[in-house]
Design a protein around this ligand. Structure first.
Ligand SMILES: NC(=O)c1ccc[n+]([C@@H]2O[C@H](COP(=O)([O-])OP(=O)(O)OC[C@H]3O[C@@H](n4cnc5c(N)ncnc54)[C@H](OP(=O)(O)O)[C@@H]3O)[C@@H](O)[C@H]2O)c1
Length: 237
């Protein structure tokens, strides 16, 4: 896909890799509708990225508002070429210590909101002439289970299954589906989980990988990709 002149929806655009994806896409000339709850972060991004970045203050779990926004923003004449399902959070803890509300919030945000937005956008994509692309951000936690992150693991494993099913369902409608499995990236995600360290992936590098995936020729699909730091932590730590 040639990104210049295209439109993308990016959820979780206000920080971390969502902000980096938005920067990389607008630099390519793609209009980005950046969804998140923190208005000041989105406005700050707009001031840095310019008018190709359109802040959309939205809780992805507020399905009525999401549906209303999609309905009034897009139509057969204005189809989002790219849907980047990135918003997410990790609430960790031993299974007997994990509050059910934390489990529910992760399932809602990391999984159900992806389904809800995807089901609104796919009819528009199916009816459009060009090739469209849905990208879901899972995690290596969608491939490997580990202690004390059972809820997060469960949601990210589910994103993998959802993505693989969609990939096979939507390919004949000329809609590409890609699931990305990143290892540790230095973002605010780790503020509550021991902080970042120098060997983590950089968001801008993950964003460059996304651009490569989007810019592949129409009949070339990267459906899954895992990206990790070469050496996850300094060996002496
Ligand atoms: N950092 C890592 O090591 C890593 C590794 C693998 C996968 N991931 C995944 O990458 C994605 C982005 O995480 P990040 O590392 O960039 O963390 P981050 O900096 O904490 O970003 C999370 C983003 O999600 C948004 N968000 C959360 N809940 C939302 C809601 N209810 N409605 C709308 N937006 C919401 C946040 O915006 P607001 O708070 O402004 O709403 C923020 O923009 C997540 O899906 C995460 O699971 C991260």
């Amino acid at each position: 896909m040639h990104l210049k002149g295209k439109s993308a929806i990016v959820t979780g655009a206000s920080s971390g890799i969502g902000a980096e994806f938005s920067k990389a896409l607008t630099e390519k000339g793609c209009r980005v509708y950046g969804l998140a709850r923190r208005e000041e972060r989105l406005e700050d991004l707009r001031s840095r990225l310019g008018d190709l970045f359109v802040p959309v203050v939205m809780d992805v779990n507020d399905y009525e508002s999401v549906e209303e926004w999609v309905g009034k923003t897009f139509s057969g004449e204005h189809v989002p070429d790219i849907l980047l399902n990135n918003a997410g959070l990790g609430l960790f803890g031993a299974v007997d210590q994990l509050p059910p509300e934390d489990w529910d919030l992760m399932v809602q945000t990391n999984l159900t909101s992806i389904f809800r937005l995807t089901r609104l956008v796919t009819p528009l994509m199916k009816d459009s002439d060009g090739v469209n692309h849905i990208v879901n951000i899972a995690s290596v936690a969608g491939l490997i289970g580990n202690p004390n992150i059972s809820g997060y693991n469960a949601t990210k494993f589910a994103v993998r299954g959802f993505s693989e099913s969609l990939m096979k369902e939507l390919r004949n409608f000329r809609i590409k589906v890609t699931c990305i499995y990143p290892g540790s990236i230095a973002t605010e995600f780790f503020e509550d989980h021991g902080g970042t360290h120098p060997n983590m992936l950089k968001g801008e590098d993950v964003a460059n990988t996304l651009i490569h995936i989007l810019e592949t020729p129409d009949n070339f699909l990267i459906d899954e990709i895992t990206v990790r730091p070469l050496i996850p932590k300094p060996p002496d730590k």
